[in-house]
Design a protein around this ligand. Structure first.
Ligand code: NAD
Length: 711
């Protein structure tokens, strides 16, 4: 018997198989767990056993596949065979002739759900936090253990397609409504009782698809309604993914073809598509960054060692505007006492009201309760009195982006807080080392750059100033994890990391306009590249009016340092639009005309920047948008602004939505190889300017065959 599963036979003849993978926080599907299932099947085969209930001793039921095993696969034959072997076990389980029930005490995700689907019935604890789903697509994979075969036969092709291609989780209530679950239980005891009762009531359980008159719910892939759905599904998917996610296409193909085939043939087809996904560059990129690098970050790879772990109990926030209000909400949500300070009581109260608004919505939608809302709100104290900051472990400043205002609040706050407290600035553009000059304790001064809207954006960019201590960094890092966000750590520099690289994307798109590229082609290129928003729309969203000021400031600062300033060719366009009052969404006019119905590209754009007779290929525009970002990210690493590859990749995806299938701005270069990147970057530099000249470290990497790696 595999030690991953313990078996306990009750007086009723029902064997309870409890998954508890040794040495792992969660149950994951791999050889060990499968050996346990084989052993459970052996026990079930004995004459005294009447049924099997599969459950888990961990918090989750089973949360997915063993990615360590997957990352060793080198040929498509390996994932194909691994997938077929796992399926053979699950097929035997459901054909054994005795009832098998999955008792979902916690999350059943990916391979975990696929095991549960091979049971004849599933029950789950009725807890809205419990997640049921096939999230494989988010890592460029396809459910390769029968998910795309059993789900369509259980809940219908359309629902199965949604579950597998979108990768969104279902709550137990939703899963029950679509027939994926047989029932809900109050708690663990009730869960096991219901599972046992089901076994007793169904001694000869068979899967629906093994019944002679089986029909797909809603019809198979030939049914008229389903055919209609199939005729539009690929274009609906392409509208979002632009063909950048082969897993989405493979999932559709597997479900479509499986809907024309018998169970076993469909299973083989699924394994072939699984192998194609597992071998794809996209899944390797996403697994490398969104699994391994993200986990390394969360485990503290960028946190200084030797500093004891800390928690913030009381937080002060200066400025209750858009950012301050958001930071207050996410911090109070994490159980932290918050003092929210502004220049008038009314402004401070308004900041707190932001949390009230979010929470009222959550209560209305059933995602929170009135008690939880009230408890959270009670933790936020709006005030104008700096003395209320006494006892804060951390103060975050989010006042106007103005050096003098920031210096003033730094001084006032420091006179109220203890000598050991950390002071952080949420500035988006001002160098941290300069702001720290207003501080009497610059070692405790750091940057915590949040993104808007704070409650939705997962990243916080931590900026280390020249004099910031390791302890301060460690404490800021711990706070970011405490509020459930992902920290990246960067050294102080103009634009830090995220704003600097993000800016190259937007400005490249704007520069194209002045060359006579049609604005619609520019916007399409942004989306085709896999960015969440096209460049011109994005610049409208963040407003054009700030950019010329930032450029002026940069020019002055560089002159003071005796360094040359090369203006980006897109800057002239921004200035010209600002001069005619087209400053962006705020004003209702920018590159687009904005109104209540949405936005349309401003027709005057092509008068101002006449469209050239010969238009470049979209591929070239996409390359420019992506190479500009990747090259700048490489420069950030070379200059020491970035301290790790993981931070560069995760920062790019979580910070500004860098096309996730590339695995981040630095992985973009790894995936194509430094030599190919350098060659293409040089071509672009020759045609569009020195900003594309590859960062020197890339030239070295190209010569030695090096790649970006933290290990
Ligand atoms: P905001 O204008 O919405 O809020 C600023 C708040 O600070 C206002 O409520 C104002 O009354 C208050 N304030 C001004 N002077 C003060 C003082 N002396 N004492 C106390 N309160 C004072 O601005 P915001 O968008 O929340 O930005 C705040 C900071 O965060 C800025 O430094 C900005 O650059 C940075 N930031 C903004 C974003 C964004 O997307 N808006 C993103 C990252 C960082």
């Amino acid at each position: 018997m595999g030690s991953a599963i313990t078996l306990l036979m009750g007086d009723d003849g029902i064997v309870v198989a409890t998954m508890d993978l040794p040495g792992r926080p969660m149950n994951v599907v791999g050889d060990e767990l499968m050996a346990g299932i084989v052993a459970a099947m052996g026990r079930l085969a004995q004459v005294d056993a009447k049924g099997l209930v599969l459950t888990s001793a961990k918090g989750d039921f089973c949360a997915g596949g063993d990615l360590d095993r997957m990352s060793k696969w080198a040929t498509p034959q390996q994932p194909f065979e691994a997938s077929m072997a796992m399926k053979a076990v699950l097929r035997r389980l459901e054909l054994q002739g005795k009832p098998v029930v999955a008792a979902l005490n916690g999350h059943a995700l990916g391979g975990g759900l696929e095991i549960a689907l091979a049971a004849h019935a599933r029950f789950a604890v009725d807890d809205a936090r419990l997640k049921i789903g096939q999230p494989e697509v988010k890592l460029g994979l396809l459910p390769g253990s029968g998910g795309t075969v059993r789900l369509p036969r259980l809940v219908g092709i359309q629902q199965a397609l949604q579950i597998c291609a979108e990768g969104a989780d279902l709550s137990p209530q939703k899963a029950l409504a679509m027939g994926l679950l047989a029932g809900l239980a109050r708690d663990r005891d009730d869960l096991l009782a219901q599972a046992r009762a089901w076994c007793q009531a169904n001694p000869k359980a068979k899967q629906p698809w093994d019944q002679p008159k089986f029909r797909f719910p809603g019809g198979d892939s030939r049914a008229p309604a389903v055919v209609q759905m199939w005729s539009i599904a690929p274009s609906v998917a392409a509208q979002k993914s632009f063909g950048n996610y082969p897993a989405v296409q493979h999932i559709m193909s597997s479900i479509f073809e499986g809907g024309l085939l018998d169970f076993d043939a469909a299973s083989t087809v699924e394994s072939r598509y699984f192998a194609a996904c597992a071998m794809s560059a996209e899944s390797k990129n996403m697994i490398g960054t969104l699994w391994y690098q993200l986990n390394a970050i969360k485990k503290g790879a960028s946190r200084p060692e030797g500093v004891p772990k800390s928690t913030v109990k009381k937080l002060g926030i200066l400025g209750a505007g858009m950012m301050g209000a958001g930071i207050a909400y996410v911090s109070a949500k994490a159980g932290i006492e918050v003092v929210l300070l502004d220049t008038s009581q009314q402004a401070a109260e308004r900041g707190k009201a932001y949390s009230q608004g979010l929470l009222d919505k959550a209560v209305k939608k059933g995602r929170s309760t009135a008690e939880k809302r009230d408890a959270l709100l009670a933790r936020i104290t709006p005030t104008t009195d700096f003395a209320a900051l006494a006892g804060c472990d951390l103060v975050i400043e989010a006042v106007f982006e103005d050096r003098a205002v920031k210096a003033e609040v730094t001084k006032k706050a420091e006179s109220a807080i203890g000598a050991g407290a950390v002071f952080a600035s949420n500035t988006s553009t001002l160098p941290i080392s300069g702001l720290a000059e207003a501080s009497t304790r610059p070692a405790n001064f750091i940057g915590l750059h949040f993104f808007s809207p704070v409650d939705k954006m997962p990243l916080v960019e931590i900026i280390v100033g020249e004099r910031t201590s390791a302890e301060t960094l460690a404490r800021a890092f711990d706070y970011v994890l405490q509020i459930g966000k992902t920290p990246i750590v960067v050294n102080d520099s103009r634009g830090f990391y995220t704003s600097r690289v993000f800016g190259t994307y937007v400005m490249e798109g704007i520069a194209m306009l002045q060359e006579g590229v049609h604005p619609r082609s520019i916007e399409a290129a942004g989306l085709q590249a896999g960015m969440p928003m096209p460049p011109l729309a994005l610049q409208d969203e963040v407003s054009l009016s700030l950019s010329p000021h930032v450029a002026e400031q940069t020019k002055k600062d560089l002159a003071a340092e005796g360094r040359p300033y090369a203006e980006h060719p897109g800057m002239g366009v921004v200035r010209q639009l600002c001069e005619i009052g087209r400053i962006g969404k705020k004003a209702g006019r920018g590159f687009y005309d904005w109104n209540d119905d949405g936005k349309q590209l401003w027709p005057g754009l092509t008068t101002l920047y006449p469209t050239a007779a010969v238009q470049p290929e979209q591929r070239e525009l996409i390359d420019r948008l992506m190479f500009a970002q990747a090259n700048e990210a490489a420069r950030c690493l070379q200059e020491g602004v970035l301290r790790s590859v993981a931070d560069g990749n995760i920062g790019s995806i979580f910070g500004w939505g860098f096309a996730p299938f590339h695995g981040g701005a630095l992985q973009f270069i790894n995936a194509m190889g430094a030599a190919a990147f350098v060659a293409r970057a040089r071509e672009l530099a020759a045609r569009f300017g020195p900003r594309f000249e590859p960062a020197p470290l890339l030239v070295t990497m190209a010569a030695d065959g090096g790649r970006f790696d933290d290990r």
